[in-house]
Design a protein. Sequence first.
Length: 526
Amino acid sequence: MQSLGGIRSWPATWRTTTASMTTTTTESVRKVAQVLTVAGSDSGAGAGIQADIKVCAARGVYCASVITAVTAQNTRGVQSVHLLPPDSVSEQLKSVLSDFEVDVVKTGMLPSPEIVEVLLQNLSEYPVRGRVALVVDPVMVSTSGHVLAGSSILSIFRERLLPLADIITPNVKEASALLGGVRIQTVAEMRSAAKSLHQMGPRFVLVKGGDLPDSSDSVDVYFDGNEFHELHSPRIATRNTHGTGCTLASCIAAELAKGSNMLSAVKVAKRFVDTALNYSKDIVIGGGMQGPFDHFLSLKDPQSYRQSTFKPDDLFLYAVTDSRMNKKWNRSIVDAVKAAIEGGATIIQLREKEAETREFLEEAKSCVDICRSNGVCLLINDRIDIAIACDADGVHVGQSDMPVDLVRSLLGPDKIIGVSCKTQEQAHQAWKDGADYIGSGGVFPTNTKANNRTIGLDGLREVCKASKLPVVAIGGIGISNAESVMRIGEPNLKGVAVVSALFDQECVLSQAKKLHKTLTESKREH
Ligand SMILES: Nc1ncnc2c1ncn2[C@@H]1O[C@H](COP(=O)(O)OP(=O)(O)OP(=O)(O)O)[C@@H](O)[C@H]1O
Ligand SMILES: Cc1ncc(CO)c(N)n1
Ligand SMILES: [Mg+2]
């Protein structure tokens, strides 16, 4: 198989040629993998064009769309189907194929022989970029039993479209229809159907077994003309399987567009469908028998959204946990966090250098619940993986941890990122990289952090002056000296972060209350 380009990025000199001149620019260009889906619109957005675009986006591939039909569909079934005129389909195809560098064309609902004809015509006029380029999902009947493409398309499919296809992905009913109605009720019959379909000309065949009766596994049969592969996954008990077929085919197309070989693309796609079904097995969208699922693995219960978005004033009394201190005082992280919040902490950071990952994750999840129900943000020190896994509000990183811009790209735009800065240069960089706040210190000598240079109140003032970001002071701060810190009077110094002053104490609650009082008084005075 010829390999495809995939995502290419080259920073080298780029030459653009126009009719009148040649310019040389050193700007880098980033080519992206591109799929074109030719399919029907599903108003319920679980299948069809809408699914295809979501899958490609989820897989990091651009997806252009040519609409062949507009269906009125929901989770109860298909209410109507409106075919677009073949001329309109043809215009859409020309627009995309004449302009975009399409790597892979994926077809879904092709509801009439005339529409297949204009597709074939355009594919011959505008060869696509990759030569492994055509994924045909021969959509015919919806799971609810509605005909999306009738028997009139069978002969043009068999004779002209399938021979051009790199892969076809029929479900058992579609495989049966293409083969003139043969019985397909077992994996053995799926294998024999795959073989017969291969003789119609596609390079690879995947017969999907989502609708195979009485199977505890969901089995798909792949045939490359030589060898069979059975792809098994446990059948997921869910009503949300609408659009699995479109999703599988689009994911195959997306992986091919990135340069994958066919078998790897199919395996990734199967795993993607499986993961998405599992993630969304209990979501409720619509009142009918077959619901859509979540291609981005990110739909959430409205209750679970972050209660409070970050405000600079949240840095006022910033509590940072420490496992050694909790051990020493024989309390859990969860109890420490509860007491700190009750005493007035306005933001929490879990800084657990010694905890085992599994244990830390469980504790972090409990802390997220506590913080969220109190409207207090929870950050994780350094461990981006834990922050993602427990859906914390953000992370705090040091200068030798993962760079802030990379953290931002991993966590997305709405998570909080704080970064420790000792110098003006670091403060400038924090702003450029998209941090939300700066932690600056150690202001005073501290035992909590070994080999940590003390910057003093002067150093803190410099960092504040160098940045537009809100700053929280850290290092050796407690009830006795918090006021002297706040007195430096820089407008972006929003509060103090404390470790020992709260957690290396017998009673976290009373220390938090005292510190909160001190800070409130010093705020009133300045
Ligand atoms: N309940 C399930 N659990 C796990 N995998 C499933 C389940 N249902 C379908 N699949 C998988 O989803 C993919 C699509 O298969 P299916 O046979 O349902 O296609 P389809 O009928 O064309 O889909 P649709 O018409 O609903 O879009 C296959 O890889 C199949 O194994
Ligand atoms: C538009 C459209 N395409 C494909 C399918 C198959 O799931 C569907 N239900 N609707
Ligand atoms: Mg199905």
